[in-house]
Design a protein around this ligand. Structure first.
Ligand SMILES: [Zn+2]
Length: 423
């Protein structure tokens, strides 16, 4: 899929939101707490086309949409309400809708949230749902930035000026990439002679959980890759694609790697959340990346069962496990270097070697997985249950898409080089 976000806009945003290059590196999120992951109810959206009194139409009747209410204030302004699937929930207010008008005209569109929530994602636009650009900043009118718990100072509401036509305009928090987009991408990969694709389970709503096997090795040495536990985290997902495509490439290092190591990938761990336009949770109403110890949800159960069974059957080991996410800015959450897994030192070496290939890029590495900490996240599960060297690979919300691709590519190249040296 082509992503056409103008680099300049993204760079403006990066400089506004990232202090990694200029100030002290970001410390990352607050320590992860163990919470109940027992299933909770989720509020489903009313789906349909909303016809407004000023001749404007909005739709949330498509996969990945989120629009919980809309009214016409007057001839030139409409107000949209965005609510989460349930609460309490992290600050990642996803929105996605289509909008058009009987007659071509400009329209002011205001996005609002429930009390205490702040607007996080800069609007992306598309005329076909596939090629995206950022809204021009001259057409973007954010409210005053206000401090809130769990977020940086951000506006409670934003207004944008959109040029409406009779053809729908997609407006979304990030590029919309649903389970069917993911399926098309992985179908294409699975045509390669060394890639196979199968279903390892079903999500709570019955969507297939796909697993790709990349490589022709004997499963004595394996790596595990996950993505999209959190629906809005499209930038992490884009990095995962670049990482996997590099392992699947014609490069000599990739060909060699595939003979020694098999790579296992679940590209979309939370297809229900993605297709329902959730802010964070699965259809079980909880954050899947807090469920790796309790394993209450079918999505975490399926991945764990696969990893357990292949090890038992083939007598191999997972040497590396990575889970791709997005957050305020690029950061790598790693295991405390004092703790030794199946290939000690691999992850920090890989991050540093990959970063050295990117001009003026200083990686922000946080060894946050310490001894005795609860293993509620996937990366902790990889390390504590499989001794796989583990990484939560976080990409910033506004990281330029070309840089995301580079980060994924270089991480894969350096990983393959280092792991082949170790064999
Ligand atoms: Zn995440």
């Amino acid at each position: 899929m082509k992503t056409l976000l103008p680099l300049c806009l993204c760079l403006v945003w990066l400089s506004l939101t990232s202090n990694a290059q200029t100030k002290k590196p970001w410390k990352g999120q607050a320590p992860i707490q163990k919470v109940s992951t027992a299933t909770k109810p989720v509020q489903k959206q009313y789906k349909g086309v909303f016809e407004l009194s000023n001749g404007v139409y909005c739709s949330n009747d498509f996969a990945g949409a989120r629009l919980n209410g809309v009214v016409a204030n007057n001839d030139t302004l409409i107000t949209i309400l965005i609510t989460p699937e349930n609460t309490p929930i992290n600050f990642s207010p996803w929105y996605a809708f289509k909008i058009w008008a009987k007659k071509s005209r400009p329209m002011y569109v205001r996005i609002t949230y429930l009390e205490g929530v702040r607007h996080r994602y800069y609007p992306k636009l598309s005329r076909n749902g596939k090629d995206w650009t950022s809204l021009h900043n001259r057409l973007y009118f954010p409210g005053k930035a206000i401090k809130a718990k769990g977020s940086r100072p951000l506006p409670a509401e934003v207004t944008m000026r959109l040029d409406l036509t009779r053809e729908p305009l997609w407006v979304a928090a990030q590029e919309i990439m649903t389970s069917s987009d993911d399926n098309a991408w992985s179908d294409k990969l699975s045509k390669l002679p060394f890639v196979t694709k199968r279903v390892i389970g079903k999500s709570r709503e019955g969507r297939p959980l796909h697993l790709l096997k990349i490589g022709k090795a004997n499963d004595k040495k394996m790596i595990m890759v996950l993505s999209r536990q959190h629906p809005p985290e499209v930038t992490g997902y884009l990095c995962m694609r670049a990482f996997i495509e590099t392992i699947c490439s014609d490069r000599p290092i990739a060909k060699k790697f595939r003979k020694v190591y098999n790579t296992y990938l679940v590209p979309m761990v939370n297809p229900d959340g993605v297709d329902n336009g959730h802010w964070r949770h699965g259809m079980g109403g909880i954050d899947l990346n807090r469920d790796w110890q309790a394993a209450n949800q079918p999505e975490t159960q399926a991945v764990q069962k696969f990893m357990r069974e292949i090890k038992a059957r083939k007598g191999g080991k997972f040497y590396f496990g990575v889970d791709f996410h997005s957050t305020w800015e690029d950061i790598y959450y790693t295991v405390d270097p004092k703790l030794k897994g199946n290939m000690p030192g691999l992850v920090p070496k890989m991050i540093k070697a990959a970063a050295a290939e990117i001009k003026n890029y200083e990686p922000n590495i946080r060894p946050s997985m310490k001894s005795g900490s609860a293993y509620v996240t996937s990366a902790r599960y990889f390390f504590w249950k499989h001794q796989a060297e583990a990484l939560t690979f976080e990409i910033g919300d506004h990281t330029p898409r070309a840089l995301i691709k580079k980060k994924g590519q270089f991480a894969a190249i350096k990983l393959m080089e280092l792991m082949l040296k170790e064999k």
